[in-house]
Each structure stands twice: as C-alpha cells, then as structure tokens.
Design a protein around this ligand. Structure first.
Ligand SMILES: NC(=O)c1ccc[n+]([C@@H]2O[C@H](COP(=O)([O-])OP(=O)(O)OC[C@H]3O[C@@H](n4cnc5c(N)ncnc54)[C@H](OP(=O)(O)O)[C@@H]3O)[C@@H](O)[C@H]2O)c1
Length: 168
C-alpha cells in the first residue's frame, strides 16, 4: 500500500468520491498506492470522511470541492486540484445525477440539469484535464441507464468515451 502498491507514485482524481461508488473507487485506488483527489460537490463532511478513511488505511488523499453542472465547473475543479497536486495519471468521471423520472415527469429544467452534470461536466473535465494527464494516463467514465433524460445524458458520456482519442 501507499509507497509500495501497483499505483505507487501515481495521482488519481475521482469525481463524486465523497460517497457511494466514488468513495469505494477512491479507497481502492489509494489502497493500490495512488495519491487520490477526492472530489465532492457540497458534502464536505463526507469528503473528509473518505480522506480520513484512506489515511487511516495508510493511504494518501486530499479533498477538492467543485459544483458540477454550472458554468466554469471543470475549470474550478482543476484549479482546486492544481493547488494540491501536479499532474495526473488516472481520472475517474464518476459524479452524476441518478434521478428516476418518466418522460412525462421530465421538464426542460431537469433535462438541462442532467445534461449539464452527467454529460457536459465530464466532457470539459476531460478537455481541461488532458494537459495534466501524464503518459500512459487513464480516463474512466462511470455511466448508467435509468430513465429517459438520464440515459440520454449517459449515452453522451458513453459516446464520448468511445470516440475519445488518447492524449498526445
Ligand atoms: N448507485 C447505483 O446503483 C448506480 C448504478 C449505475 C450507475 N451509477 C452511477 O455511478 C455514479 C455514482 O453513483 P452513486 O450512487 O455512488 O452516487 P451518490 O452516492 O449519489 O454520490 C454522488 C457523488 O457525486 C457527487 N455529485 C453529485 N452531483 C454533483 C454535482 N452537481 N456537483 C458536484 N458533485 C456532485 C456527490 O457529491 P456530494 O457528496 O458533495 O453531494 C457524491 O460524491 C453516478 O454517476 C451514478 O449515476 C450508480
């Protein structure tokens, strides 16, 4: 672990790592030796808990806050990241909205919000993150298929993953 795992010397960023799947991914990457940026949107206490759990297990992590789905979200995230790390090896786009609404229950505001959080934010996180990604870096996009607006926003993420070109 820490300095000896297979990811020793690597830096990872996991969006939405304060809770749920993101937290589990962050803990696993840290257990394998990576230094992990634990991103969160609003739940600072949960993010601190994730960092504390990683450190208690002998790993290395730090929390960064950025609300996704708002203008300039990706730049804000990377600015926060840059204050604590230089360069990146693994990006996990995990943060997302999982709502369960039928077509009839989906209005334009909800549709736009899911697109902004689930599709636009990860796209620009990748765009602005590429220059920080070191050789042999990895980008993992976590997706889902639930209801109409959500699955459309997820389809965009899947398509972005499929068509993504490796960085120079
Ligand atoms: N759970 C499932 O069954 C399931 C199944 C398939 C796919 N997925 C997908 O897997 C991913 C993680 O799911 P989960 O269930 O583990 O999620 P979760 O427990 O609801 O946690 C969501 C995480 O994303 C962050 N987040 C959400 N919206 C954000 C926003 N607008 N700005 C910044 N951060 C935001 C949250 O930050 P805060 O803590 O600060 O709020 C939290 O860390 C999601 O993309 C989800 O759609 C989940």
């Amino acid at each position: 672990m820490g300095e000896t795992g297979v990811l020793a010397g690597r830096t990872a960023l996991v969006t939405g790592a304060s809770r749920g799947i993101g937290r589990a991914v962050a803990e696993r990457l840290a257990r394998d030796g990576a230094r992990v940026a634990v991103h969160y949107g609003s739940n600072e206490a949960a993010a601190k808990e994730t960092v504390a759990a990683i450190e208690a297990a002998g790993g290395n992590a730090f929390a960064i806050r950025a609300e996704l789905g708002v203008p300039g979200d990706a730049e804000s995230l990377w600015e926060a990241f840059d204050q604590q790390a230089r360069g990146l090896d693994i990006l996990v786009n995990n943060a997302g909205m999982a709502l369960f609404a039928t077509v009839q229950d989906t209005d334009e505001e909800l549709y736009d919000r899911t697109q902004a959080v689930n599709a636009r934010a990860p796209f620009f996180i990748v765009k602005h993150g590429l220059r920080r990604l070191r050789d042999h870096g990895r980008i993992i996009n976590v997706t889902a298929a639930t209801d109409s607006a959500i699955s459309r926003s997820r389809a965009a993420r899947v398509e972005a993953t499929r068509s993504g070109e490796p960085p120079d």
